[in-house]
Design a protein around this ligand. Structure first.
Ligand SMILES: Nc1ncnc2c1ncn2[C@@H]1O[C@H](COP(=O)(O)OP(=O)(O)OP(=O)(O)O)[C@@H](O)[C@H]1O
Ligand SMILES: O=P(O)(O)OC[C@H]1O[C@H](OP(=O)(O)OP(=O)(O)O)[C@H](O)[C@@H]1O
Ligand SMILES: O=C(O)c1cccnc1
Length: 487
């Protein structure tokens, strides 16, 4: 219900690059309505990590379901004087009618595999490119960053504090959604709480402390208003000399007579390791062992890791700018490439050849499987042709594309097909998923399926992307043919 609210109020159909429409106009004039297949994939995990998290699918589906060109849209396009009248008439009744297949949101993903596939008429497939990439690039980036930060926090809570530093309001709201999927415990962004049922959390700003005549009065007023939920910001003047003693006094003189406990203190500057060790000791000595310590100030996975290594006593991290913008590596870089064209009943795989091996695309409609060993660990992902099946009761020969000469087999293994159909003939066939389920799904994969060596921050193991022999043969065949064409 709630997410619909945003789409009811604004029509985002034209959130597309102009060339999608100029190409669509050309296809329309040529009567080129062949079915084609496009794959979305990316080439490099953010921050040189060992994995990424797929997110943003729900918003892709919402966009596609809601696609329609209003009268205003058509008139604006007409004013550009580049589209033929018949095409503009066609757009007036336009609805996407194709099929979409995708990984489940929250799936751990790796470079060069198709995370989402569009199988549709040329025009349909072209018009949805920009929105698909924008949504998936953004949310996958933030979900992946959140997962890294949460893992660095080693069981301590991480809350999204990023709205004010996000690139705009959508980036804040959908970033909060992605961060929650990636493992954050909640967000400070109220609209994200309302739309997606994400738990809200919050403390107080320096303005609350600075507005009052003195720090103690500021703390006292807050505790009187929120006796069950007071987290006092103790770094406005001097943490050890002023903020901490005032917070302890408040716990004793304001809350204890009410039979209440001080929930927490927050530090937002200074050496967070040194200070929190001191703060913890003083709180414990005052009998406030249950008072939590929250820390914030431009944190990310690297500083959190370091602060914990230094013995910092922090129960909960508020993380803003470096999470919501993925500051250390801010572009996800997923692309949308045509892999197959259907003409006169024939399916013609397409390959993009490049001087750099990494940029050669994986051609054709395909299936992507995750392959598990007997313990349920994901040992590799496997690309096969679309009409191939994998018989797990038998030893399976596969091609390691980095060492194709080797005779490689899976034995005692299971597989899971990673793409599911989510849109059929233009209609959603997948229900909206609960974010708590997606968050748990991410956690289960990281805890139980993914090799620990892929989780390392430095030089992680590179997950294998294998190919079935006939898929590999088809790819090589196309590569050889493309060379011949050049001669
Ligand atoms: N012990 C620590 N180890 C590693 N990084 C830390 C530690 N303590 C703080 N940091 C990080 O160092 C950076 C600088 O913090 P610091 O408070 O010294 O500077 P600042 O942000 O300019 O301070 P202020 O907010 O008072 O202007 C922040 O990103 C903070 O999260
Ligand atoms: O540092 P980030 O990771 O982005 O976390 C969010 C920041 O936003 C707030 O500061 P701000 O100075 O905007 O307001 P304040 O007066 O509440 O401290 C908060 O105190 C954090 O420092
Ligand atoms: O609740 C907080 O402490 C908070 C929220 C957003 C940004 N900075 C701090």
């Amino acid at each position: 219900m709630a997410a619909q609210k945003i789409f009811d109020k604004r029509n985002l159909t034209m959130m597309m690059d102009l060339y999608e429409l100029t190409m669509a106009n050309g296809y329309f004039e040529d009567h080129a309505d062949n079915y084609v297949t496009f794959d979305v994939f990316y080439r490099k995990n953010p921050d040189n990590g060992g994995y990424a998290i797929f997110a943003g699918l729900e918003q892709v589906i919402e966009y596609i379901e809601n696609m329609h060109f209003s009268e205003e849209d058509i008139e604006y396009l007409r004013s550009l004087n580049i589209f033929c009248d018949e095409f503009l008439e066609y757009l007036r009744n336009y609805h996407f009618k194709g099929d979409i297949f995708a990984f489940r949101e929250g799936t751990i993903m790796y470079p060069n595999e198709p995370i989402l596939t569009v199988h549709a008429s040329l025009i349909d497939a072209q018009l949805v490119e920009t929105a698909i990439l924008a949504e998936i690039n953004h949310q996958s980036l933030i979900a992946t960053k959140a997962s890294r930060i949460v893992r660095a926090a080693k069981g301590r809570a991480v809350s999204d504090f990023g709205a004010r530093r996000a690139h705009n309001m959508d980036a804040a709201v959908y970033g909060a959604r992605a961060a929650y999927i990636g493992g954050a415990v909640g967000t400070a962004t109220v609209l994200a709480g309302q739309l997606f049922n994400i738990p809200l959390s919050g403390t107080m700003a320096h303005s609350w402390v600075m507005y009052q005549d003195d720090e103690y009065t500021a703390f006292k007023k807050f505790c009187e208003m929120y006796p069950d939920n007071s987290i006092l910001l103790i770094d406005t003047y001097d943490v050890l000399e002023s903020g901490l003693p005032n917070a302890i006094r408040c716990a004793k003189e304001v809350l204890e007579p009410m039979g209440k406990r001080l929930k927490g203190v927050r530090l937002d500057s200074g050496d967070l390791a040194y200070l929190t060790i001191k703060v913890r000791k003083a709180l414990d000595e005052a009998g406030l062992n249950d008072c939590m310590i929250v820390a914030s100030n431009s944190l990310d996975e690297y500083s959190i890791n370091s602060i914990i290594e230094q013995g910092g006593q922090i129960d909960s991290f508020g993380v803003g700018e470096r999470l919501i913008t993925s500051k250390s590596d801010p572009v996800f870089g997923a692309v949308y490439k045509i892999v197959e064209v259907e003409k006169n009943g024939e399916r013609i795989p397409k390959i993009k050849v490049s001087e750099t091996v990494e940029k050669i695309t994986n051609p054709g409609r395909k299936k992507v499987y995750r392959v598990y060993d007997e313990e349920g660990r994901a040992i590799s992902d496997l690309l096969t042709k679309y009409d191939e099946t994998v018989d797990t009761s038998r030893r399976y020969r596969y091609i390691d594309s980095k060492k194709p000469w080797k005779n490689m087999h899976y034995e005692n293994y299971t597989v899971k097909e990673l793409q599911q159909q989510v849109i059929k003939d233009g209609k959603r066939i997948m229900p909206t998923e609960n974010l708590d389920d997606l968050r748990q799904y991410v956690k289960d994969q990281l805890d139980n399926e993914i090799w620990v060596s892929e989780l390392r921050f430095d030089n992680p193991h590179v997950h294998y992307l294998d190919m079935s022999p006939s898929y590999y043969e088809m790819k090589m065949d196309l590569l050889y043919k493309s060379q011949k064409n050049e001669d």
